[in-house]
Design a protein around this ligand. Structure first.
Ligand code: ZN
Ligand code: ZN
Ligand code: ZN
Ligand code: ZN
Length: 449
């Protein structure tokens, strides 16, 4: 086995002088299972820029179990240069890598792998070597078809893993399989021309444009944003009225897209309030107003005015024994209100001082003795009234029998009787009988026009 492999390598080395990177493409070698064995070359950049470095990777695909390989690597030396052998790195996918001696970094230059012991049937695929190139400063700009190309010189592989029988491609066959990497050399700083529209944008769809470098021909593309609609003025489709919303629309000048919008209902536009029925002192009135646009009506109550009373006028003066009477009249409707004027209390009468009847005593309230009836016990005024003079007033009432309990009455306030004065009722006749038998009468007479 060793002898066999050695002879293969000897053949390979013998072929090293052959520089033939221009062969036409032919069929690739077949692996044991019939799949095509191939090597590919690729750069780590899309474009090559003068002055920059670029790395080319050599990769195996469908490795048939190579134990010996010799290739020639050629490159376009008008564009690329290799600084030295240190720029060639073996990925150790194959055994026995042999880099070319310094003096042999010619173009093309050989790379050799050999595994004489053949202890491992290596069928792994992947990168077997990387080569770093420098892009020459004066590199010609533009497309480069054969930037790097690989030619097979010799390939030995294990055809039968059990017997370790070695298979071998004929040199002609290997030479024929050449792999190339194309590249584009572009400027460091482009000189772009004007943008040209590739696809125009419309209202809703973005377009695109491109520009080209006048020096290296590289193109740059850019999106043109969608324009958005170019609407005209709003047009009324349906007028709004007082209570119903209307609508309006506008149309794009470019694409006829439509947009619609609601017009809010206007609400009624009422005129002034007009009186339908005037209010008077006691009766509410009403008023209405009408929408200027749609004749809708709104009505509202006018509250009753209440009487507009004039001053009290004495109709009959009160005496010490008799109540008087006073009246007042509404300025608006002639309603009349009448009330009593309390009996006049003699000024010399010792009033309440010795009387425990405090003013706030409830006696006064239930004791209607105040009013027009001189409740003087001894004076049986009202004929029909059995206000018995001899009848002592209520036992609990320490109102001295001879004393008009109301003595404090006329003193305290004006003549308004607290009862009738506060009572709004008109036409009310109140008759109250006090415990003392005194009688109070209050009249409110309403006289309608
Ligand atoms: Zn350019
Ligand atoms: Zn549009
Ligand atoms: Zn209206
Ligand atoms: Zn009135």
């Amino acid at each position: 086995m060793k002898k066999l492999i050695s002879s293969i390598l000897a053949t390979a080395v013998a072929l090293s002088a052959a520089v033939c990177a221009t062969s036409a493409v032919a069929s690739a070698a077949d692996s044991a299972d019939g799949a095509k064995f191939a090597m590919s070359v690729s750069f780590d950049k899309d474009t090559l820029v003068p002055g920059d470095e670029v790395v080319a990777s050599l990769s195996l695909d469908k490795n048939p179990g190579i134990i010996g390989l010799r290739i020639n690597v050629g490159y376009d030396d008008s564009v690329l240069s290799i600084a030295g052998r240190d720029n060639i790195v073996n990925a150790e996918l194959l055994k026995g890598f042999v880099t070319p001696p310094p003096g042999q970094l010619a173009n093309p230059f050989p790379l050799v792998w050999s595994d004489p012991l053949a202890e491992v049937n290596n069928e792994a695929d992947g990168v077997v070597a990387t080569i770093t190139f420098k892009v020459k400063d004066d590199a010609k700009l533009g497309d480069l078809k054969d930037a790097v190309s690989v030619s097979f010189v010799d390939i030995a592989y294990i055809a039968d893993p059990d017997t370790l029988q070695v298979g071998k491609y004929e040199p002609e066959e290997a030479y024929a399989d050449t792999t190339k990497a194309a590249a584009k050399v572009v400027c460091k700083e482009h000189k772009f021309g004007a943008w040209e529209t590739v696809k125009a944008a419309d209202c809703v769809t973005a377009g695109s444009q491109k520009r080209t470098c006048e020096a290296c021909g590289i193109e740059e593309t850019q999106e043109i944003a969608a324009l958005g609609h170019d609407y005209g003025e709003w047009e009324t489709v349906k007028d709004a009225d007082c209570v119903t919303a209307g609508s309006q629309k506008r149309t794009c000048k470019r694409c006829d897209a439509e947009e619609t919008k609601e017009i809010a209902a206007l609400g009624h536009d009422y005129g002034e309030w007009e009186t339908v029925k005037a209010a008077d002192c006691e009766n509410a009135g009403s008023q209405k107003r009408i929408c200027k646009r749609c004749d809708a009506e709104e009505t509202q109550e006018i509250a009753a005015l209440g009487h507009d009373w004039g001053e009290w006028t004495v109709v009959k003066e009160a005496t010490e024994t008799e109540e008087g009477t006073e009246q007042r009249t509404c300025n608006r409707c002639d309603a009349v209100e009448t009330q009593a004027i309390p009996v006049i209390v003699p000024s010399d009468t010792p009033t309440t001082s010795d009387e425990p009847i405090t003013s706030d005593e409830p006696i006064t309230s239930d004791e209607p003795t105040t009013s027009d009836e001189p409740t003087t016990s001894d004076e049986p005024t009202t004929s029909d009234e059995p206000t018995t003079s001899d009848e002592p007033t209520t036992s609990d009432e320490p109102t001295s029998s001879d004393e008009p309990v109301n003595s404090d009455k006329p003193a305290d306030t004006d003549k308004t009787n607290p009862e009738t004065g506060s009572a709004p009722a008109v036409g009310l006749f109140v008759l109250m009988m006090g415990a003392a038998g005194a009688m109070t009468a209050s009249f409110v007479i309403k006289k309608r026009k």
